[in-house]
Design a protein around this ligand. Structure first.
Ligand code: ADP
Ligand code: AMP
Length: 220
């Protein structure tokens, strides 16, 4: 199966992807994580992406598409991918459909995590991530037991530099203008699975997994 996790910044895509990855065995491909990894490695791609990420703008389509096509051509992606943060524009969606078709695959399900705008800002501004294991916390909703220390592995927690209120506001505007139209696009195709992303994390997971098993049954 190839699954897309769609939703605004802060909707919970990364949080749910970690669980879904284990549940489905699919490979988690998150475009934002790939850019951050490239930046840590000091590559040209990382530097280029940073200039857009810092402003809360989208990295140009051709750059993102090239990166994703290269990623999914690797053997670990041959049985299916869990896309997170990609596609974000209609050109990206079409490029992905085209690329998957070349492998005889298609986008099976688009999980849309729906969260009200006011909640999103707080989620983004409160987000903390573990440098070592990638676990995500939230200073407002569920802080780590020890300040800035991961409960899971004892690693350091950090806040993303683009998670300031100002950049977050801009990222949401970009989402409404460029990514939201994809919701209608996938709904028309009949692949959209709409989930109330405002519920607590484990309930979102349960609802998502129930929805996915319904889709799997229909596919049989
Ligand atoms: P995205 O990948 O969509 O940008 P994240 O998964 O990183 O979003 O979640 C953004 C922030 O919101 C994180 O701090 C995360 O811990 C928190 N979060 C995620 N899901 C929920 C939820 N259902 N309820 C409350 N907070 C959540
Ligand atoms: P994320 O980790 O998904 O919140 O993404 C962080 C930032 O990376 C975004 O604000 C964009 O600057 C960039 N980015 C990630 N995915 C994409 C994408 N599919 N298209 C364009 N830019 C992206």
């Amino acid at each position: 199966m190839d699954i897309i996790l769609l939703g605004a910044p802060g909707a919970g895509k990364g949080t749910q992807a970690k669980v879904l990855e284990e549940h489905t065995g699919l490979v988690h491909v998150a475009s934002g994580d790939l850019f951050r990894a490239a930046l840590r490695q000091g590559t040209e791609l990382g530097m280029l992406a940073k200039s857009y990420m810092d402003r809360g703008a989208l990295v140009p389509d051709e750059v993102v598409i090239r990166m994703i096509i290269e990623r999914i051509s690797r053997p670990d992606c041959s049985s299916g991918v869990l896309f997170d943060g990609f596609p974000r524009t209609s050109d990206q969606a079409r490029a992905l459909e085209h690329e998957l078709a070349a492998y005889g695959r298609r986008i099976d399900v688009v999980i849309y995590l729906k969260v009200p705008d006011a909640v999103l800002l707080r989620r983004i501004a409160g987000r903390q991530t573990c440098k070592t294991c990638g676990s995500t916390y939230n200073m407002y909703y569920f802080p780590s037991k020890r300040l800035d220390v991961c409960d899971e592995c004892g690693g350091r927690l950090y806040q993303r530099s683009d998670d300031t209120m100002e950049t977050a506001r801009h990222r949401l505007e970009v989402y409404f203008a460029q990514t939201m139209p994809l919701i209608a696009y996938f709904r028309e195709q009949g692949s959209l699975l709409e989930i109330d992303g405002q519920q607590e994390i484990s309930l979102v997971t349960d609802t998502m997994i129930r929805g996915l098993s319904g889709v799997a049954t229909r596919h049989r």
